[in-house]
Design a protein around this ligand. Structure first.
Ligand code: ADP
Ligand code: MG
Length: 394
């Protein structure tokens, strides 16, 4: 009896899976033309000035004085800037600035690469959303950024226009650079992306193998041990980047711990409701216990900073405000000042695998778009200043 019911359920699940796969493919085809590659848009003069940290009138003057190259101009005379244009302008400005590094804010000799992990063991708390927006914002500000997708669900990889289950099913994911058997050089799996200044180490379902293989590797004393594999692999490429960002899976497995051991900064995403906060308490307890174990095994565990990042914040929601007040009282300066607002601009952009920084302002109600961008910029600029402080500036 049970047997026949099981077969029934299995075939039902298979049927669901097939229907879902077909529907998803249809959705993808509708969202992107079959082999359309993602392309980064141009930025308005207002956006360019904000990203450069100058006024629009000064930007106009730079053109007028012939100090910077011409950029794309519409028939109506509006200037539009590519990211290459922005980086070119930064180089010109920095050359003549009183203090070098005013406009080129990346690493200087002696600065260590910043490695940030976005973490929480709850799915849906906004790890991927905050990681991708941070990565893009830093690239837009001229930093050299590497995003590393260590979630087997690979949603970060999808946001770059890849289909992980097709493109990196058997090879080419971060798994290949950290696996125990014949790991590949990290440089061989890095993808240049449509987003200038932002590279990707793709994820994929195969990352799950790392969780499966690690217990045996530990028994056989394979070196380096799991907690040092990410840091070891990164050594090969870290000189090429100012910032490396890990999008972690929603669990505290070996992958997450390996990323943590390579990190200089940790951002724990929190949705401000009591249930999420309660589960975060368990998460922190478990993390502390596990990190003790790996520390005792010889893992390096020194962060420049750890911050709680409040996501999906609705300032008009009374209970949420109470939870946020509670967290601020409890964790004080470890709760970021800026928080990510709950916004349909963020979730709607996500439906077509885009970020708020990729979509055009006119795709949304203006105030909706502006509020989302403002809140994301405030969050990312706060993280940027934490990095600058870690470099002894800021
Ligand atoms: N601040 C926000 N406002 C609205 N939707 C959000 C916000 N943050 C995340 N989302 C949406 O919630 C879903 C889960 O977020 P995601 O970043 O994928 O979480 P995680 O990586 O922690 O599982 C996504 O569909 C995303 O678009
Ligand atoms: Mg995620």
């Amino acid at each position: 009896m049970i047997g026949s019911q099981q077969i029934h359920i299995n075939s039902r699940i298979r049927e669901n899976a097939e229907n879902l796969a077909a529907a998803l493919e249809h959705h993808m085809l509708k969202s992107f033309a079959p082999d359309a590659r993602k392309e980064l848009r141009l930025f308005s003069a207002g956006e360019a000035a904000e990203l450069l940290g100058i006024s629009t009138s000064f930007l106009r003057k730079l053109h007028f004085d012939g100090r910077i190259a011409d950029v794309h101009t519409t028939s109506g005379g509006r200037r539009h800037y590519s990211m290459a244009d922005l980086n070119g302008i930064r180089a010109v400005l920095d050359d003549t600035a009183k203090t070098q590094g005013t406009y080129l804010r990346g690493r200087r000799p002696g600065d260590k690469v910043q490695v940030l992990s976005f973490l929480n063991f709850k799915g849906g708390s906004g790890k991927t959303t905050s990681a991708i927006h941070a990565a893009q914002r830093f690239a837009l500000k001229g930093y050299r950024v590497l995003a590393v997708d260590i979630d087997p669900q690979a949603s970060l990889t999808t946001l770059f226009g890849y289909q992980p289950e097709v493109d990196f099913l058997h090879s080419g994911s971060i798994y290949d650079a950290i696996r125990y058997e014949d790991p590949l050089p990290f440089s061989s799996i890095i993808q240049k992306t449509f987003f200038t200044g932002l590279d990707l180490a793709p994820g994929g379902l195969i990352l799950q193998e790392f969780e499966h293989e690690t217990p045996t590797a530990l028994r056989n004393n394979l070196q380096p041990p799991f907690f040092a594999r990410m840091a070891t692999a990164l050594q090969e490429v870290e000189a090429d980047y100012d910032v490396i960002i890990f999008d972690c899976p929603p669990q505290l497995g070996y992958l997450t711990m390996s990323a943590l051991c390579a990190s200089t900064g940790v951002l724990i995403t929190v949705v401000p409701n009591m249930l999420d906060v309660a589960s975060m308490s368990q998460f922190l307890q478990m993390s502390a216990d596990l990190l003790d174990v790996v520390s005792n095994a010889g893992a390096r565990m020194e962060f420049d900073f750890l911050r709680f990042l409040i996501n999906r914040y609705e300032p008009s929601d009374g209970p949420q405000q109470q939870v946020v007040a509670f967290l601020r009282q409890l964790f004080d300066k470890e709760v970021m000042v800026a928080s990510m607002l709950k916004s349909t601009a963020i979730s709607d952009a996500g439906l077509t695998q885009q970020t708020v920084y990729e979509v055009e302002r006119n795709a949304f109600h203006r105030s909706t778009y502006d509020r989302a961008v403002e809140s994301l910029n405030a969050v990312n600029d706060e993280i940027e200043s934490l990095m600058q402080q870690a470099w002894g500036r800021g």
